[in-house]
Design a protein around this ligand. Structure first.
Ligand code: AMP
Ligand code: MN
Ligand code: MN
Length: 315
């Protein structure tokens, strides 16, 4: 499959890259690395995202790669990165009109591309892009190395989760030899929370509820609270709830315009991707999500019911 992608790149000239909506560090970092790599081959390339780049990865050199429209007549190939299904690209349907190369590491990937390069055992899409650029014999310079390191650090919880392998560390070591500044990247990623977000997080954390003998921790974020703090970035909250001793599953229910976005995180072998799949979403064993269009209370009922079935089964 890698060979098919290599020949697709070599025989075409004009590309766009779509990271998933509400992009995270892996989606942004892997998109930037691929864009910069393709540019080194004198290809024309833009990244199309309608969402803001999250504050913690804004330090990456985004130059003028990001656009929100493009003449699709001139485009040969559409890369979809870190996106398990077309729903993750649905805000940009009008760009899905040329052959899609789907590059991802979600086990729930629906293989929606003309070419599908889905490697479940890759810790991040950034790892696949690292291998792809090496296969293309593109020089991974310090800037591209910073993008890939950011992608990998983001998806492995800074080299903490079970997707962290010897290979992950080998790639990180290779990237460090390219001259990246690990402590500076970590500062941007982890020691850079905007003050309004910190205050927002503090209030959210006070509202956590516990279920199933404190094995499940759940919090709902209302639209009003986001308006109160002018904070719409809910990143890292669900992970910090999972940090509690004895909590096996952490759930965050985020009230968006007409939908509720459910984010789940688990410890060990509790597979929250199955709950996500059941409800039209996707993800990984320990990190998954889905949307409910009937509001936050309905979302809460669904998750609690699904978790109730899991706890009935294992107790
Ligand atoms: P999140 O909770 O949004 O940070 O997502 C956790 C993981 O689940 C990520 O790998 C996402 O790509 C995936 N995920 C979240 N929401 C969805 C969705 N609606 N459809 C498919 N995958 C999702
Ligand atoms: Mn992602
Ligand atoms: Mn990812």
């Amino acid at each position: 499959m890698m060979n098919n992608i290599i020949s697709t790149i070599k025989t075409n000239q004009s590309f766009i890259i779509l990271p998933h909506l509400k992009p995270d560090g892996d989606a942004i970092g892997s998109s930037l690395a691929l864009a910069k790599g393709l540019e080194k081959m004198n290809k024309s390339v833009k990244i199309i995202s309608l969402d803001e780049v999250p504050y913690d990865v804004k330090f990456l050199d985004c130059k003028d790669y990001f656009v929100d429209s493009i003449d699709m007549e001139s485009i040969d190939i559409v890369f979809a990165l870190d996106s398990s299904d077309v729903g993750r690209l649905e805000d940009r349907k009008e760009f899905l009109v040329k052959p899609i190369v789907n590059i991802d590491h979600h086990k729930t990937n629906t293989l929606y591309g003309e070419l599908n390069f889905v490697q479940e055992d890759a810790c991040a899409t950034g790892e696949i892009i690292f291998n792809l650029l090496n296969s293309l014999e593109i020089d991974i310079d310090r800037e591209i190395a910073t993008d890939i390191y950011t992608a990998i650090a983001s998806d492995t919880g800074n080299f903490m989760y079970s997707n962290t392998t010897a290979k992950t560390h080998e790639i990180a070591a290779d990237l460090i030899t390219k001259g990246i500044d690990v402590s500076l990247i970590s500062m941007y990623l982890y020691q850079n929370i905007p003050l309004n977000k910190f205050k927002f997080n503090t209030e959210v954390l006070r509202q956590v509820e516990f279920y199933f003998d404190n094995r499940v921790a759940l919090v709902t974020i209302s639209k009003e609270l986001k308006i109160k703090y002018d904070c719409y970035n809910t990143d890292s909250i669900v992970e910090s709830i999972r940090n509690i001793e004895g909590v096996q599953v952490a759930v965050l229910i985020d009230e968006r315009n007409s939908i509720a976005k459910i984010s789940m995180r688990s410890k060990k072998d509790i597979d929250v991707s199955l709950i996500a799949l059941d409800n039209g979403g996707g993800g990984h064993v320990n990190a998954a999500g889905f949307e409910v269009d009937a509001g936050v209370e309905a979302g809460k009922k669904i998750v609690i019911k699904e978790l109730g079935m899991i706890y009935e089964r294992i107790s």
